[in-house]
Design a protein around this ligand. Structure first.
Ligand SMILES: [Zn+2]
Length: 252
């Protein structure tokens, strides 16, 4: 029997039967995995707090027998990320980041870059707290890493130069010039916002600290990224609804 070991981020767990748990975790090489944690609810000694969502862990598991889930032998806790557990907005953003990765990557193996991005995002939330800049950076980099590279600094259709106001349509490839864009409607961005997004794509993908975006970039860039993410999602995200409710409560 060949045991497997991998660094992982716990995405969630659900209770199963009287004493067990089914754990979903994300790994650099094997993508999203599920495992069966026998006795996890009876014996705190066996898994402790290592199965909590957003925990950084090292998972040891055995091959699945038949059609069952692979049994987890041991889950070593590396970092519980205590800092994000005392802040509701950080928790909401962490849940959103994990659900986005699950939806966009799913069971597709071999995404160490996306694993490192999620890890850096969760670490940042745990140490620096939530911010709209961190959210935008995560969304932009995740889109880029799944292979969606919007045309930003020139028109996606005629490759011509852009005016001060840029229409953004992810279905047509990104930025559109005045001649190619419809006269009204859709997402509109200032040329400076488009330039900021292009610059941010050149920043190290795991860097969140020390980057602060202005309100206009956050509002316009956030709206553009939301439309771009939407075309890759097959259903509305539960975590996004929660995040909106929490954000409103903080603003109101
Ligand atoms: Zn054009």
């Amino acid at each position: 029997m060949q045991f497997q070991v991998s660094d992982a981020i716990i995405l969630r767990h659900i209770d199963y039967g009287e004493a067990d748990r089914v754990v979903t975790f994300f790994t650099p090489q094997q993508g999203r995995c599920k495992g069966f944690a026998r006795g996890a609810r009876n014996s705190r000694k066996r898994f402790g707090t290592a199965l909590e969502p957003f925990a950084q862990v090292r998972v040891h598991w055995s091959p699945a027998k038949g059609s069952g889930l692979p049994p987890l032998r041991e889950v070593e806790l590396i970092d519980l990320r205590v800092g994000l557990r005392s802040d509701l907005l950080s928790l909401a953003l962490a849940g959103y980041g994990c659900e986005l990765v699950e939806e966009l990557v799913g069971d597709d193996p071999g995404h160490p870059d996306i694993y490192q991005l999620l890890r850096a995002f969760l670490d940042h939330l745990a140490t620096a707290g939530p911010s709209p800049t961190a959210r935008l950076l995560f969304e932009l980099r995740l889109l880029h890493q799944i292979g969606y590279v919007p045309h930003l600094l020139h028109c996606a259709e005629c490759f011509g130069p852009l005016a001060d106001e840029v229409a953004f349509d992810p279905h047509r490839g990104g930025s559109l010039c005045g001649g190619c864009a419809p006269a009204a409607g859709g997402v509109r961005l200032g040329l400076t916002t488009v330039g900021s997004l292009a610059r941010l794509l050149r920043s190290p993908p795991e860097q969140f600290a020390g980057i602060n975006l202005g309100e206009r970039t956050l509002a316009e860039g956030g709206a553009a990224l939301a439309t771009a993410l939407n075309i890759h999602l097959s259903r509305p995200l539960r975590s996004l609804r929660f995040l909106r409710e929490i954000s409103r409560a903080f603003e109101g």
